[in-house]
Design a protein around this ligand. Structure first.
Ligand code: GRF
Length: 189
């Protein structure tokens, strides 16, 4: 199974995928890693790991639609079986997702459908939930919507800050993402 991973930030989830591929635990080929902005640590990590990288800079396009189709064409050029949005902070169009037959996986640091959006951890804490977690799902063109593949709960501790809780969620999120990709790679086509 060939994957292209999209990142916007530090790419620690991506690093877990890279490590699992390197150790042989995960039998997928990371065809490329792409970002929507320059200078992400996610791209730097990939460069260090010898993985091909690209940037389709959101801010270099006049319209979202132009950026979206440029990204689609770039990702298509790698012929991935699955595209992974791993801390990728942009919504893509239905057209983009259809170009990959809907094989677009996203991870989210909350138990969807609760707390979608860019601040899933902060919003869960503000609500006062005692349990949150993470979700790996097939993404559609909505904000963190689409069929759920895997979820796992993480307890909110009394002294948690957004950062401490997000860090614990990300530990689980990395495992869940690697496991999901392994399951997809092993599934009959
Ligand atoms: C993850 O929790 C992801 O679900 C969220 O942002 C975080 C990205 O972390 N959207 P990283 O870039 O993989 O370190």
């Amino acid at each position: 199974m060939r994957i292209v991973v999209l990142v916007s930030g530090t790419g620690s989830n991506l690093q877990a995928v890279i490590d699992a591929v390197k150790s042989g635990e995960l039998d997928v080929e990371i065809a490329a890693v792409g970002a929507d902005r320059p200078d992400t640590y996610g791209v730097e990590r990939s460069d260090e790991a010898g993985i091909e990288t690209f940037v389709v800079n959101f801010n270099s396009f006049e319209t979202r639609a132009e950026w979206d189709s440029a990204l689609r064409d770039k990702v298509l050029s790698y012929k991935p079986d699955v595209v992974v949005s791993s801390g990728f902070m942009r919504i893509v169009s239905e057209d983009f997702i259809n170009a990959f037959d809907g094989k677009y996986v996203n991870t989210h640091p909350a138990l969807l459908p609760s707390f979608p959006g860019a601040h899933g951890v902060r919003d869960a804490m503000a609500y006062g939930v005692k349990v949150t977690g993470c979700t790996v799902h097939w993404a559609d063109a909505g904000v963190d919507t689409g069929p759920i593949i895997a979820q796992e709960a993480v307890a909110v501790l009394p002294n948690d800050s957004e950062e401490s809780l997000h860090e614990r969620i990300k530990v689980v999120e990395r495992r869940l993402l690697v496991q999901t990709l392994a399951d997809l790679a092993a599934a009959p086509k």
